[in-house]
Design a protein around this ligand. Structure first.
Ligand code: AMP
Length: 394
C-alpha cells in the first residue's frame, strides 16, 4: 500500500483540494502572531499553482465547535497567505454547498481559493460521511498537508480521502512521515533516547508504553515526573500528582526495569509556594517541604540527564521539564535544550512547546527535525501511522 506524493499525481487544470493546518495563533486584535503554520504549507500550494491546478485550500482554525463564529473566520488567514506567497488569493465564506461549488467552477488554473473554517460544521469533528461527500464534490484530487491534525479522525483528513480515488500527501506531510518514520523501528541497543515532559502522565501513557520496547533511556521531567515519583513512594509537598495514574506509573516503572531501559526521574527540583513566585529554592526528593510545589527540574537532575543525552545516537523530545513559560522555572528545559542541540545525536522534537523551548535556548537550527505536530508526532511514533496517513493509502 503506497502513499503518493503530490509530485506523482496529474494535477494540471484539476481541482486540487489541499487540507492544511492553518490553526495559527492570533492576538485579541485579530493579528496573526506566528505564521509558521502557513509558511509550512506554502511549498505544496506553490507547487500546485505552478503546475496550473485549480487550488482549493481548506483548514480548521480555533475551536468554533461546529458553529459559524465570526472570530474564527479564515478570512485573515487567507489574506496572510496571499501576502506571504505574493499572489492573489480568493476567500469564500463557506466550505460546502452551492456557493463553494460555484466558486470552484469559476477559478482558473493556477488560482487559489481558500474556503471558510471547516470546523464551522459539526460534521468535520464527527468525521461525518455526508459532510465529507459535500467536500468531495469540490475536487478531483485530494492532498493532505496537515500533519498536525492527522491523528484526529476528522472528516477532511479521514472520511474525505477515503472517498477520493486520486489522493496523496503534500511536501510537509511527506517530510514529517519520513523524519518520524526513522524513529519507529529502533530496538534496544540502538542508542535511542526519549525525553518526555509536560503536565500530565495521562496524555503520554500510550507513547511511554510503546517507547519501552525501543529506547535505551527514557528521561522524564515536568509535572508528570511527580506521579512516577509518587509510585516510588516519594511525595513532593503540594506538587501536581495524578492520583488515579500512580498505579499505571508503577507498572511502567516495572516494565522499564524488565526491559533494562534506563528510566530516569528527577533527583532535585526547583520549588516555590506558587507558580507566580519569583523566589525559588532547590530541594531533593528527601528534604522537599510539605507546603511547597515543584515547578522545574533541579541542577543535579540537569547534569544527570545531560550525561545521558551525551550517550544517545538518536533523541526524541516532547514536553517541557518545568513551567518553562515563566523565567524562574525555565532553566531546566533550556539547559536540556542546549544539551540536546549540542549533542552529536540525530534529534527530533515536536509540538509548540518544544519549538519555543528550542528557540529560548537558541538551538532550533541545530535540531534535526522539529515536527509541526505535538499530539500527532506522539501518536505517529506510538502507532507507526495515523488515521489521516492510513486514509491516503491506495
Ligand atoms: P503538555 O501539554 O502535557 O506537554 O504540558 C505542557 C505544560 O506543562 C506547560 O505549559 C508547562 O507549564 C506545564 N508543566 C511542566 N512542568 C510543570 C510542573 N512541574 N508543574 C505544573 N505544570 C508544569
Amino acid at each position: 500500500m503506497v502513499i503518493k506524493s503530490i509530485r506523482d499525481l496529474a494535477i494540471r487544470e484539476k481541482r486540487v483540494f489541499i487540507r492544511t493546518d492553518f490553526n495559527v495563533p492570533m492576538d485579541k486584535q485579530g493579528n496573526i502572531t506566528d505564521t509558521t503554520r502557513i509558511e509550512a504549507a506554502i511549498p505544496t500550494i506553490r507547487y500546485a499553482v505552478e503546475h496550473n491546478a485549480r487550488v482549493i485550500v481548506a483548514s480548521h482554525f480555533g475551536r468554533p465547535d461546529g458553529q459559524r463564529k465570526p472570530e474564527y473566520t479564515m478570512e485573515p488567514v487567507a489574506a496572510k497567505l496571499a501576502e506571504l506567497m505574493g499572489i492573489e488569493v480568493t476567500f469564500f465564506e463557506d466550505c460546502i454547498g452551492m456557493g463553494p461549488q460555484q466558486m470552484v467552477r469559476e477559478i482558473k488554473p493556477g488560482q487559489v481559493l481558500v474556503l471558510e473554517n471547516l470546523r464551522f460544521y459539526p460534521g468535520e469533528g464527527d468525521n461525518d460521511g455526508a459532510f465529507a461527500k459535500d467536500l468531495a464534490k469540490l475536487c478531483d484530487v485530494y492532498i493532505n498537508d496537515a500533519f498536525g491534525v492527522s491523528h484526529r479522525k476528522n472528516a477532511s483528513v479521514h472520511a474525505l480521502p477515503l472517498l477520493m480515488e486520486t489522493k496523496g500527501m503534500g511536501f510537509l506531510m511527506e517530510k514529517e512521515i519520513t523524519e518520524l518514520g526513522k524513529l519507529v523501528n529502533f530496538k534496544h541497543g540502538d542508542g535511542f533516547t526519549a525525553i518526555l515532559g509536560g503536565a500530565k502522565v495521562s496524555d503520554k501513557i500510550g507513547i511511554i508504553r510503546s517507547l519501552l520496547d525501543s529506547v535505551d533511556a527514557l528521561l522524564i521531567g515536568g509535572a508528570m515526573a511527580y506521579t512516577f515519583l509518587a509510585a516510588k513512594g516519594i511525595t513532593l509537598g503540594r506538587s501536581l500528582v495524578e492520583k488515579d495514574k500512580v498505579t499505571v506509573a508503577a507498572e511502567i516503572l516495572k516494565g522499564a526495569e524488565a526491559r533494562k531501559v534506563r528510566l530516569l526521574l528527577p533527583e532535585d527540583h526547583i520549588a516555590a509556594l506558587s507558580m507566580d513566585d519569583t523566589e525559588t529554592q532547590v530541594f531533593g526528593n528527601k528534604d522537599f517541604p510539605a507546603d511547597m510545589i515543584g515547578f522545574d527540574i533541579g541542577p543535579k537532575t540537569v547534569k544527570k540527564y545531560a550525561a545521558e543525552i551525551g550517550k544517545a545516537k538518536t533523541i526524541f523530545w516532547n514536553g517541557p521539564m518545568g513551567v518553562f513559560e515563566k523565567a524562574p522555572f525555565a532553566k531546566g528545559s533550556v539547559a536540556l535544550a542546549e544539551a540536546v542541540g549540542n549533542s552529536e545525536a540525530h534529534t527530533v522534537t515536536g509540538g509548540g512547546d518544544s519549538v519555543s523551548m528550542m528557540n529560548k535556548a537558541g538551538v532550533a537550527s541545530k535540531i534535526g527535525h522539529i515536527s509541526t505536530g505535538g499530539g500527532a508526532s506522539l501518536e505517529f511514533i506510538q502507532d507507526k501511522t495515523l488515521p489521516g496517513v492510513e486514509a491516503l493509502k491506495e
